[in-house]
Design a protein around this ligand. Structure first.
Ligand SMILES: [Zn+2]
Length: 361
C-alpha cells in the first residue's frame, strides 16, 4: 500500500481498470468483479486487524488466490425463470447460459427481490448454485426451562452437564483406510514429466469426492446435534475453544479436526439465533480442574477419567464435572455480558436472569 488513503471502493474501481487489461476479468459481470474485490479487501483488512489486536501466532498474510472455485453475482448477471424458478440464466460474457437447477431445495417461495446474492461454486462432484436470501428465519419455540453445559472432547463428541454422553463418530478415522487406498491410486497413476493422464485425473476426482463425502457427514452430524441441543434447552453454554491454536498440536490435530467442534459451535450459534435461545461461550480455563461441587482445584492429568474431590468427596465423570463447570460459568456471566446481546435482542438478557434463578433454585 503506497498511499494510505486507499479504501475498498478504490479496489472496486481498480477492478474496472483491470477489466480493460485482462480478458478474463472483462468477461465477468461487474458485480462479480466487485465481489471478488470485496473478498480481497476483507482478507487484507483481516490481516491488519489481526496484527493490530496482536493475536498470537500467524496473522493470516493475504495470499494470491489461484484455482478459484466460485464466482459471486449480486443483483445482476443472472435471471431466474419467472414462472417455475427451476432454471437460472447467467447473462455475463462467459456464456454459461441457461442451466437447470436440480436438488431438493426449492426457491420457488422466495421473491426474486429477496435474493441478494447468487454464487456458483464448484465442488468435487459438480457445480452448485447458492442463493443468499434475506429473510427472517427466526422461529418461536416454547421455553423448555432447561439449561445445558457442553464439554467437547476427543473421547466423546460431548458430555453435557446431565452426564449424557454423545459418542464421537470419527468420520475421518473410520474412512482413513479407503481414503489412503484412493490416495495411493492417485499417486500410482501420476507420471512425472508427463501431462496428466485421464486415469490420473479420474483417480484424483474419485479421491476428492470421497473427501467431500466425509466432510459432509461431519457437517451434517454437527448440525443435527446442534439443532437438537438448541431446541431442547433455553441456555447453552460451551467452551470458547481456540481450535486454531489446538490443532497445532500435531499428535491431536487430526482428531480435533475430525471431531468437527468448529462446525458444532457455528451451528449452535446459528440455531441459537434462529430459535431465540441463549448461547454462551465461556473461557475454557480451569473447567476440568475445578470441582463443580465445592469449587476447589483438583489437579488431574489427561488420562484421569474420573473426578474425585478430596475436599468434599464429590465423585463423578471427569467430563460431566467439566460440563457442570461450563454451565455454571455460563450462567454467571449471562446476566452481565454485553458482547453477544444486540440492541434489538435485549429481551434475551431478561430471560436469562429469570432462567438462571429458576435453575439454581
Ligand atoms: Zn469438591
Amino acid at each position: 500500500m503506497d498511499t494510505p488513503k486507499q479504501n475498498k471502493y478504490d479496489l472496486n474501481k481498480y477492478s474496472a481498470i483491470l477489466a480493460k487489461e485482462f480478458k478474463l476479468v472483462d468477461k465477468l459481470n461487474s458485480t462479480a468483479r466487485q465481489s471478488s474485490a470485496e473478498r480481497a479487501w476483507s482478507a487484507i483488512a483481516r490481516f491488519y486487524d489481526n496484527c493490530k489486536r496482536k493475536i498470537p501466532g500467524k496473522k493470516g498474510y493475504p495470499r494470491f488466490q489461484k484455482n478459484n472455485r466460485s464466482v459471486e453475482y449480486k443483483r445482476s448477471g443472472w435471471q431466474l425463470d419467472n414462472q417455475t424458478k427451476k432454471h437460472i440464466t447467467f447473462t455475463d460474457k462467459n456464456g454459461i447460459g441457461r442451466v437447470k437447477l436440480v436438488g431438493s431445495r426449492d426457491i420457488y417461495f422466495y421473491n426474486q427481490e429477496d435474493i441478494k446474492r447468487v454464487r456458483i461454486v464448484r465442488r468435487a462432484d459438480g457445480y452448485y448454485c447458492q442463493f443468499c436470501i434475506s429473510i427472517d428465519v427466526s422461529e418461536e419455540l416454547e421455553p423448555t426451562g432447561k439449561a445445558i453445559g457442553l464439554d467437547v472432547g476427543l473421547k466423546y463428541f460431548y458430555v453435557d452437564s446431565q452426564g449424557q454422553i454423545e459418542e464421537n463418530p470419527k468420520f475421518y478415522r473410520s474412512c482413513e483406510k479407503r481414503l489412503s487406498k484412493l490416495q495411493r491410486r492417485v499417486s500410482d497413476k501420476f507420471e512425472s514429466c508427463k501431462s496428466a493422464t485421464n486415469n490420473y485425473l479420474k483417480a484424483k476426482a474419485r479421491c476428492a469426492k470421497y473427501h467431500l463425502k466425509i466432510s459432509r457427514q461431519r457437517v451434517e452430524h454437527a448440525k443435527r446435534l446442534a439443532r437438537c441441543v438448541c431446541t431442547s434447552n433455553d441456555v447453552v453454554a460451551y467452551e470458547d475453544l481456540q481450535v486454531k491454536n489446538m490443532v497445532r498440536n500435531h499428535k491431536l490435530a487430526k482428531s480435533i479436526n475430525d471431531s468437527g467442534w468448529y462446525q458444532f459451535r457455528k451451528w449452535i450459534e446459528y440455531f441459537g439465533v434462529k430459535f431465540g435461545k441463549i448461547t454462551i461461550a465461556v473461557p475454557p480455563q480451569y473447567t476440568s480442574i475445578n470441582c463443580s461441587n465445592c469449587g476447589e482445584k483438583v489437579a488431574k492429568t489427561l488420562s484421569t477419567r474420573t473426578h474425585s474431590c478430596p475436599h468434599c468427596n464429590y465423585t463423578d465423570c471427569r467430563d460431566k464435572n467439566a460440563a457442570i463447570n461450563i454451565l455454571k460459568k455460563g450462567l454467571s456471566t449471562a446476566g452481565h455480558t454485553g458482547t453477544w446481546l444486540q440492541d434489538s435482542q435485549n429481551a434475551w438478557g431478561e430471560g436469562t436472569a429469570t432462567l438462571a434463578g429458576a435453575i439454581q433454585a
